[in-house]
Design a protein around this ligand. Sequence first.
Ligand code: FMN
Length: 275
Amino acid sequence: MKESRRAAAVALPLGIMILLLMIGLLAGMKEAENSGLSIAERFQQATALPGKGISADPCPQKPPKPPQYKQYAEAKMIRLLRPQYRGLPVEAAIEQRRSVREFSTRSIDFAQLSQLVFAAQGTTGERYSHPLRAAPSAGALYPMELYVVVNNVEEIPQGIYHYNIREHGLELLETGDFSARIIEAGLHQSMLGKANATFAVSAVFDRTRFKYGERGMRYIYMEAGHISENIFLQAVSLGLGSVSVGAFYDDKVNLLFGLDGQKESVIYLHAVGTL
Ligand SMILES: Cc1cc2nc3c(=O)[nH]c(=O)nc-3n(C[C@H](O)[C@H](O)[C@H](O)COP(=O)(O)O)c2cc1C
């Protein structure tokens, strides 16, 4: 009896040690497997659904859900026009779309800017009392915010604005000519300063990550593309030119819009101007 108790007393810690050793070995193997991969390759692997259905969640750690809407309560609001423009057939807009980097000095009018903002993020309907927007969003979670650097738009002073989606209005964050700052932040791409308006699409990442975890990051970047394409096609239809811009200094762009670059960060720019 004593003997078997002594044997059990030795076997138990030994078993735990072996178990820990095996876990360590497995973790080491996994790390070795990953170590040859670039950040992008690791991201792609780590966010892949493992083929066991959506319930086999590869990203179990999820942040809390942030508020759905951002509002600058103190800011002066310019209410935009409701969309009413009927332009080119979508087929013609697709056919004519080209990236345009040369803009004239003519201004765009208030209705044109209203239409562009609406095409990017305007509310177009609802499902179960949940508002839906012009560009699609994974799980209808809408992680994006939209900012506009207004440079040359009739009836809207130069400055930086935030789009209040619920009010379809622009909240004024700062007045002034920001063309030099946006050029500098945008890797010195001069069209950003000549554009009549430059849109900045930012992501509040946790609005999607709270549900989809790290995989949600994929969805967020896809969604930025949808928004940008809407702006592209709307600009063509309005007889304007535009170009999407992915090359910029993140820190400088985020500073311009007062974003921390972590919880919310600009992920895409889109410059629109007159031909
Ligand atoms: C994700 C993405 C990022 C881009 N970034 C830039 C950029 O920083 N500067 C620029 O001049 N064009 C940029 N472009 C525009 C591409 O250069 C352009 O779409 C491509 O040359 C094809 O020409 P097209 O748009 O006229 O069909 C970007 C396009 C995409 C889709």
